[in-house]
Design a protein around this ligand. Structure first.
Ligand code: PMV
Length: 347
């Protein structure tokens, strides 16, 4: 290749699943389809500098986190580069400097793997496009999502906005196990600017990684029924996105969150990632919803933090409720206001 050196910079957001990905086959193929809201404020910003090498046998890289060398993140990136090398044969010709930072606090319990792997994948696709300028925009984004998937499954849903499906579902045109696609049908205006306030319940390292959790779905007594249920819930969401029925939306989303954690509690070995304050928050949300009829609900990812989801037109009332009733359950009273967003951006 003929490009000697240069650099790119991308931001990529986190995402929150409504139908959860939990369980996978070889090569990061999901056991069931999932769908997520792309977020707007929780992002990783990654700069990739590249320069042609003398000895071009294998890739090499330095890693900076917030501008400073960070050795402990290197193995994860190295593993990612090894996995994607076969799809990016030019990697071995270059030395890379990867400089990355998050807009959300480090070790806040908000996983940066989705946004981080997506931002990295976008940068490598920019280099591929530089070497190979005739690729289409669709190819660029699909392959970026495909590469991100190999870094962290859920990362493939962080390339595009606003609602992204990953995994083959018969009645969603274009859906595939290989990369995330934008939800291709009508989305009711009730979901426009949908809000996600992330309550930071526990900022510690989680005791069981998602890699181990996915693995425990092999030989799990409820696995097959669960995978079928994900298809059913995705079906329900197709209708809900069209008709805007928030009561039905809440049922699907909260059931998905609790089912994810039920899978953890019923695997062998079993484990619990929720904390007492996670349950306090869930109960307070149910009480508030009962009393006010305001369509606010929760979801969880693989941790103790709670994502509070609600439409934009009730945000003032819900934020007041969060201040009054939920902040006491957050570590150091911390929460992050986010909302549905548009995907990765070149900077
Ligand atoms: O992308 P991974 O392998 O870290 O898995 C994430 C799985 C959940 O966040 C629990 C659910 C999801 O679909 O994002």
């Amino acid at each position: 290749s003929t490009i000697e050196n240069g650099n790119f910079e991308w931001s990529a957001p986190s995402n929150i699943a409504l139908v959860k990905y939990w369980g996978k086959k070889d090569n990061q193929i999901p056991a069931n389809p999932s769908v997520s809201f792309t977020l707007n404020n929780c992002k990783t910003i990654t700069k990739l500098a590249f320069s042609k090498k003398e000895n071009q046998g294998s890739f090499s890289f330095d890693l900076l986190f917030e501008g400073k060398p960070k050795e402990d993140f290197k193995p994860k990136i190295k593993k990612f580069l090894e996995r994607v090398e076969v799809y990016l044969p030019f990697l071995k010709d270059y030395h890379f400097t990867i400089d990355t930072q998050n807009t959300f606090p480090h070790s806040s319990g908000i996983a940066s793997s989705a946004s981080g792997m997506a931002a990295l994948a976008m940068n490598f696709m920019s280099l591929e496009r530089k070497l190979n300028p005739e690729m289409t925009e669709d190819y660029f984004y699909q392959k970026a999502s495909f590469l991100a998937r190999l870094g962290s499954g859920s990362a493939c849903r962080s390339v595009k906005g606003n609602v992204v499906v990953w995994g083959n579902q018969a009645n969603i045109q274009g859906s595939t196990d290989l990369f995330g696609v934008e939800f291709p049908y009508t989305i009711h205006e009730n979901f426009k600017n949908y809000q996600d306030t992330i309550l930071l319940v526990d900022k510690g390292e989680k005791q069981v990684s998602s890699t181990v959790g996915h693995d425990l779905m092999h030989n799990h007594p409820y696995a097959e029924r669960r995978f079928a249920q994900a298809h059913e819930n995705l079906d329900k969401l197709i209708a809900i996105f069209e008709n805007g029925n928030l009561d039905e939306f809440i049922k699907v989303v909260e059931s998905e969150a609790l089912t994810l954690h039920a899978m953890m509690m019923t695997s062998m070995p079993y484990f619990i990632l929720m904390k007492p304050n996670t349950l306090e928050i869930i109960n307070a949300i149910w009480k508030f919803r009962q009393e006010t009829q305001i369509p606010v609900c929760f979801t969880l990812d693989a941790g103790a933090n709670v994502h509070v989801l609600y439409p934009e037109n009730v945000s003032e009332k819900v934020l007041q409720f969060i201040q009054d009733k939920l902040v006491v359950f957050c570590q150091n009273s911390q929460y992050i206001c986010d909302k549905i967003g548009h995907g990765a951006i070149a900077l």
